[in-house]
Design a protein around this ligand. Structure first.
Ligand code: AGP
Length: 633
């Protein structure tokens, strides 16, 4: 199959899907590749793992050599480099344990009993239990606790039925449910790698001297920028100069490569201790780039979203959905669209909506919000909506993501690659984008004029400056305060209206990097039960609001807390003296345009969480149990 090149103009793409369980990197070509594959695995280390492994078709013994080690890749490297094995086809893997502890037996690659092939897997096989039972009955014995081994025995079983490796591969993948992306190397086909993609992303770099197959194209960024992103539910047979890809029905798929460019600096912490701190400080520039991109887009935004200008005028409602931080951004965005664009807007938690009654609405827009564009819960909801013919769009940070491919239109944030698991600049650029889009809809529907549209862009940029400036203004105090708050067993975050979902985001930021229990709560609800938690051991962080009525209510909430001996850390706005006087500690923030309160407070909210986690010595960029993009449901 000739490689058809689809050049994607400009753009800096980053394929930073960090899968829940693993990273894959493999090579087949004209170069001896042991060192190359090990180097590629090292480039994926930041994704998190607890064991690693390597398999090569050794050109001396004409056999597969498999090496696996728990712990850091350095262990594997030592073992591999001490061995004389090498060859022109190899696969590597870093594993984040999901099924089975982290040890040499459970590490990938896994081989079949005859050791005719080695296989590495990314994701979770949801029907592995049933398959394991069936295969055991058919005489297979299991050596590991992993779900992956089920795939190995299935593939072995199908290969014993036919010499047609394409048929055997298709028969295997059709039986698997869940995230079952894998790469295999068969000793009878040493010039070829076999790959399948189901949920967890995988891509193929087309190089001069061979093909590079990886979960994340960072692994081979120094070798090529021509990349084929395997579509969902596809298989591929990869040789030095050719890729043969098929869908699960066996139909040939076109090989369209994209030209992707990489921001190498994105993978360096530069002079920061953590990627998260670096990305907190990148937010002002990221917001500026995003606003500049959107300003440039102007009315072209409608066609990019898959809408006609007329549809943008008459669309009845907007439905936003996502997970985690992206869901919080969507919840904040809801206020923008309803207040500014006068559009009824609903927001769904992707993992929950799947079980709710859905009333199809053809005159509505369903838009996912997602940094990675690969989150399984969100992707599955896109696929669910698609069954009803819903009009779909996505707001994402990754132009080459599945959500961009699987929706009718998209809007890109320009945060650049976000490496830290805890989302920071992706969140703030999502807010900026949603605020801009709400104004663009308002302009299209006659609620505002061009001058007000221009002012909205200026307001976002001003809030971005406040975001950055307040970090510098309060960083010394926050570093000091963190020593105290790090001792708390639990912390409650309060907000109202647009700062209530922001309080949820503040709590998530703290939880996910410091492991301190925190809850974002509507301040008005405190008196309905949770006020029982208020005591001197439970600091309360309260995010103020500029609306005078809402502000007064928040003053009342602060008084409720103080009356019960509670400790108050308040994010207040300039001139809010009554609230400020109630604070045990206060950060006063310059005023911003209405509804941009969360954006203005984001910098010190994140910096606070970061400093608390630092005091506690946490693995801030790769918190325990977490992954950057959760590509399993
Ligand atoms: C946020 O700090 C977390 N990393 C997590 O909640 C994340 O926002 C969520 O998993 C959704 O990811 P997405 O934006 O890539 O879809």
């Amino acid at each position: 199959m000739k490689l058809k090149k689809l050049v994607v103009i400009a753009a800096l793409f980053f394929n930073n899907q960090i899968n829940y369980s693993c990273s894959i990197f493999a090579y087949v070509g004209s170069q001896l590749c042991k060192a190359h594959v090990l180097k590629g695995l090292s480039r994926l280390e930041y994704r998190g793992y607890d064991s690693s492994g390597f398999a090569v078709y050794d050109i001396v013994t004409n056999d597969l050599v498999v090496l696996k080690k728990p712990g850091k890749i350095a262990e594997l490297k030592m073992a591999a480099l001490a061995s004389s094995c090498d060859g022109y086809a190899a696969l590597g893997h870093t594993r984040w344990s999901t099924h089975g502890v982290s040890n040499e037996v459970n590490a990938h690659p896994h081989t079949n009993d005859d050791r005719t092939f080695a296989l590495v897997h990314n994701g979770i096989i949801e029907n592995h239990f049933q398959l394991r039972e069936q295969l055991s009955k058919e005489g297979y014995t299991f050596k590991t606790e992993t779900d992956t081994e089920v795939m190995v025995h299935l593939f072995d079983q199908e290969l014993k039925k036919t010499d047609d490796i394409k048929k055997a591969t298709l028969q295997t993948v059709r039986k698997l449910k869940g995230a079952c992306t894998f790469v295999a190397l068969h000793k009878d086909h040493p010039e070829m790698l076999i790959a399948a993609r189901q949920r967890a992303p995988i891509c193929i770099g087309v190089g001069e001297d061979g093909m590079h197959i990886a979960s994340d194209f960072l692994a081979f960024a120094d070798k090529t920028n021509q990349v084929f992103f395997m579509p969902e539910k596809s298989i591929a047979f990869i040789k030095k100069g050719a890729i043969f890809a098929y869908d699960y029905d066996g139909n040939v798929l076109p090989i369209e490569t994209k030209t992707v460019n990489l921001q190498p600096s994105a993978y360096e912490k530069l002079d920061h201790d953590h990627f998260m701190l670096k990305e907190i400080y990148e937010q002002k520039i990221a917001i500026e780039k995003t606003v500049a991109h959107l300003h440039e887009l102007g009315d072209k935004v409608w066609s990019q979203l898959g809408l006609t200008p007329q549809q943008a005028r008459t669309l009845f409602s907007l439905n936003l959905f996502g997970c985690g931080t992206s869901w919080h951004a969507a919840r904040i965005g809801q206020f923008f669209f309803e207040k500014i664009a006068k559009m009824p807007t609903s927001v769904y938690l992707a993992s929950e909506f799947r079980y709710m009654e859905f009333f199809p609405c053809l005159d509505c827009l369903f838009m996912s919000v997602s940094q990675s564009g690969e989150t399984a819960d969100t992707l599955e909801l896109i696929r669910y909506f698609k069954k009803f013919g819903a009009r779909l769009a996505t707001l994402t940070n990754v132009a080459t993501s599945s959500m961009v491919r699987e929706t009718n239109g998209h809007l890109l944030t320009k945060a650049g690659p976000e490496i830290a698991v805890a989302s920071t600049k992706a969140f703030s650029t999502q807010l900026a984008s949603l605020y801009w889009l709400a104004h663009r809809f308002a302009l299209q529907r006659g609620h505002i004029n061009m001058e007000q549209m221009a002012q909205a862009e200026k307001d976002v940029l001003h809030a971005a400056s406040v975001l950055e400036q307040t970090i510098d203004q309060y960083k010394v105090d926050i570093i000091e305060a963190a020593k105290t708050y790090a001792q708390a067993q639990r912390i409650m975050y309060l907000g109202r209206h647009v700062t209530y979902p922001f309080a949820m985001e503040g709590a998530l930021k703290l939880k996910e990097i410091s492991y301190i229990f925190a809850q974002g709560y509507p301040a008005g609800e405190l008196k309905h039960g949770s006020i029982a938690l208020v005591d001197e051991h439970t600091p309360i962080i309260l995010f103020s609001h500029q609306d005078p009525v809402i502000y007064q209510k928040l003053v009342g909430n602060a008084q409720e807390v103080k009356a019960r001996g509670g400790h108050l850390l308040i994010f207040a706005f300039e001139g809010q003296d009554e609230l400020i006087q109630l604070a045990d500690r206060v950060y006063t923030i310059p005023r911003v345009a209405p509804l941009l309160e969360p954006l203005a407070m984001t910098g010190i909210m994140q910096f606070f969480a970061y400093q608390v986690a630092l005091v506690l010595g946490r693995d801030i960029d790769k918190p325990r149990n977490l992954a950057k993009s959760v590509t399993v449901e």
